[in-house]
Design a binder for this molecule. Structure first.
Ligand SMILES: [Zn+2]
Length: 395
């Protein structure tokens, strides 16, 4: 079906182009229409014989490039790129740039389209060179070029450059697919830098980058999570808690991501009672299955398995969940024997299998699912769109 649509569109493009070209040649060069028509008929016959490569060559060689036909060339090039036929799109856009007769603005438009082809085909260095030139020379296409440069530097992990380009983009000309603002984007880029610093144990640089991230976006839960990790790695548990306590206000969806560090920090400070109070408060304001399990673990630590099991059973009635059911089975297993124990083990095997098969995270924009938290969605390249799944099988 795609092929039919493609050939129909190409046929229309060629037919329109032929009309325009024919019109122009009747005006200024009466000696060429015959060759011209011949090329078009060849192009059409290739189309009918399903030879798009030859059809495009015929199209390029037969339709003059000028202000009247530019849109036809651009439309065909863009359509080919969208179809994934990037080498053909490059051919068409390179042909446009090689031809004299276009205005400066039209040349820049063709250059932008060629850069988009290069991005699509992974030739990022070539795209970058074309786009940097447009930023310098084209007021009309500067903003579009900057947005593409952000994409390139993001793909290349060149975070300083990505931040710099984002600072030059006008907010009104930026429309992210996921609805993030430019400062939110810059906060993620700074977090990426901090992540590298943390992995290299370069703590002072990590601190600088995280302060920058919060400067761009005070509500960045990611920056607070990383800041807590930084403070914990240096034994500053109170400071870690200061950052972790901000997360419910910044973005409650990320509370489950903060619980392990929260428990560790309170425990290192010897403040178990405060931890339990804090977790119970969170459960009231932002209930989640991870919280139920963490609280049950604390109750088990302070009391016994039955107190923890009663708490989970009570929560289970309000919010049925596979993960809390699993923890309930784990609590009862050591206290059962004989047939009851065998049956509980069977049930646990089944629940373990169901949990293993269910993804824990989902992108709210494209539906990408997985079992680890990606801050940049691998499916739709949106920042911060992947969150823990809620409901019976998730949080
Ligand atoms: Zn996505």
């Amino acid at each position: 079906m795609d092929a039919v649509v493609f050939f129909a569109a190409l046929l229309i493009a060629v037919a329109v182009g032929y009309g325009l070209g024919r019109y122009r040649y009747t005006r200024r060069d009466s000696s060429r229409p015959k060759d011209y028509a011949l090329q078009y008929y060849k192009g059409l016959s290739y189309l009918f014989n399903e030879q798009p490569d030859s059809a495009i060559d015929a199209f390029i060689s037969s339709l003059d490039v000028n202000s009247d036909t530019l849109e036809t060339h651009l439309a065909l090039g863009n359509m080919l790129r969208k179809r994934g036929e990037v080498s053909k799109a490059i051919k068409i856009h390179q042909n446009l740039l090689a031809r004299p007769g276009l205005t400066i603005k039209q040349q820049h438009e063709s250059q932008l389209e060629l850069a988009r082809d290069y991005i699509r085909s992974g030739l990022l260095d070539r795209a970058e060179a074309l786009l940097l030139e447009l930023v310098k020379l084209s007021s009309a296409y500067k903003q579009a070029a900057l947005v593409h440069l952000i994409e390139i530097y993001q793909d290349e992990n060149e975070w300083d450059n990505a931040i710099s380009m984002a600072s030059k983009v006008e907010e009104k000309s930026y429309q992210s697919g996921g609805g993030q603002s430019l400062p939110q984007l810059q906060a993620h880029f700074s977090c990426e830098q901090a992540l590298v610093d943390l992995e290299q144990r370069n703590y002072s640089k990590a601190r600088t980058h995280l302060l920058a991230a919060l400067g761009y976006d005070f509500a960045s839960a990611r920056a607070s999570l990383l800041f807590a990790r930084l403070e914990i790695s240096q034994g500053r548990y109170r400071d870690a808690l200061d950052h972790l306590h901000k997360i419910p206000d910044q973005d409650p969806d990320y509370i489950p991501e903060s619980l392990q560090m929260t428990c560790e920090s309170y425990e290192k400070l010897g403040e178990s009672a405060s931890l339990l109070r804090y977790l119970k408060g969170l459960l009231q304001s932002h209930p989640s299955n991870s919280l139920v399990i963490k609280i049950a673990d604390r109750l088990r630590w302070d009391g016994d398995d039955y107190i923890a099991a009663d708490f989970i059973a009570e929560q289970f009635k309000q919010r049925p969940s596979i993960r809390t059911l699993n923890r309930l089975i784990e609590l009862y297993l050591p206290h059962s024997a004989g047939r009851a124990r065998e049956n509980l083990q069977l049930l646990k095997q089944l629940v373990d299998t169901v949990i293993a098969e269910k993804p824990s995270y989902c992108c709210s924009k494209c539906g990408f699912t997985g079992n680890s938290l990606h801050w940049l969605c691998p499916g739709c390249k949106t920042w911060g769109s992947i969150k823990p799944i809620r409901g019976v099988a998730g949080e």
